[in-house]
Design a binder for this molecule. Sequence first.
Ligand SMILES: *Cc1c(COP(=O)(O)O)cnc(C)c1O
Length: 425
Amino acid sequence: MKEMYENLGISEKVYSFGSEIEKTLQQRFKALDEVAEYNQLKVIAAMQKHRVSAECFQTTTGYGYNDLGRDTLEEVYATCFHGEAALVRPQITCGTHALAVALSSNVRPGDEILSPVGKPYDTLEEVIGIRPSKGSLAEYGVSYRQVDLLADGSFDFDGIKNAINERTKLVTIQRSKGYDSRPTLSVERIGELISFIKGIKPDVICMVDNCYGEFVETREPLEVGADMMVGSLIKNLGGGLAPIGGYIVGTKDCIENAAYRLTSPGLGKEVGASLGMMQAFYQGLFMAPTVVNSALKTAIFAANVYEKLGFSVIPNATESRHDIIQAITFHSPEGLIKFCEGIQAAAPVDSYVTPEPWDMPGYDSEVIMAAGAFVQGSSIELSADGPLREPYTAFFQGGLTWYHGKLGILKSLQKLCDSNLVKDF
Ligand SMILES: *Cc1c(COP(=O)(O)O)cnc(C)c1O
């Protein structure tokens, strides 16, 4: 084994350091394996219930009327995640699009959207109109209110109560911290929040941005009272196989609204050819529990490696996980760059290229990104990025297999060692 790692440029010192840390994680990995096993059974049971067959992988073109594969897949999603209905389509281009469809289809002019968990993910600012943008909900007369989490990360229940009014139509709850520094919400905490909100206004629609959270726990947001959960198929639920797509699962009413918005009033879910995507969507969902398990092992391994070396890591080495994102702070541009170079060098695709910081549109400093992925932009595959400014934090996520994730982290450490950025360990 040591020799195999050596062939890939990992020194004995780095290998041994990683192996010692891995040994301490066996209990946690076992607990993760149980969550994956549970979720695997959940997926298989849903597929069997809806009699998934080889015909479901047939493609349709044109209008896509009576697309058996598409309709069955949506039933599988609805059952698997405890919704009444689902929309799972290649025509949903990404997570932001899925969220934009779910939001905009379920509010009307004069309504208000409330975020009780602070600022939403960057791209949603333009969807809602927090940052002015053409076609934002603000332009359609939908207002927005936000209640931040308290300093200790808890919900500001008084603030939320005061913010809910006769116009509040939809509450948007982001499960993952995304690239923010607040804690990620467990499904249990999401449930507490929803109960509180529905206690004040029972008919308000509670939507959960579920990106990066799927299959991290055994329960999902619809099981604790949410009306919709929304996400991207090039993250967790695509299992690394879906080349595009997004999903919305929820109540019949919410999904009908979303379908009328995604295609057209009157047409809804009846149109939308599946264009040969179905096998990847089914198989991706089937693989997703073990893929998420690998990504979680990779994140926990990284937190333990880098915390032991004295870097600050969020989440820390021991805390429980509710999404697959890991942040590591280097406090130096070289540290961040070398880390990303290591992730890139471990990739199965494009391992020979060196990531360079660049002026990415929409950012106020240079950004470096590492990704050697089968699906472009896929962030369930091992990938890392970070802005070149204090405190020089790398955000990374993914890993289709734990062994690749482990190699990526060891390679990043090797790069840091080779540049004398870490010495004594
Ligand atoms: C990734 C992500 C999104 C947006 O998804 P894209 O596919 O990048 O458009 C929204 N919310 C959260 C929390 C995310 O992690």
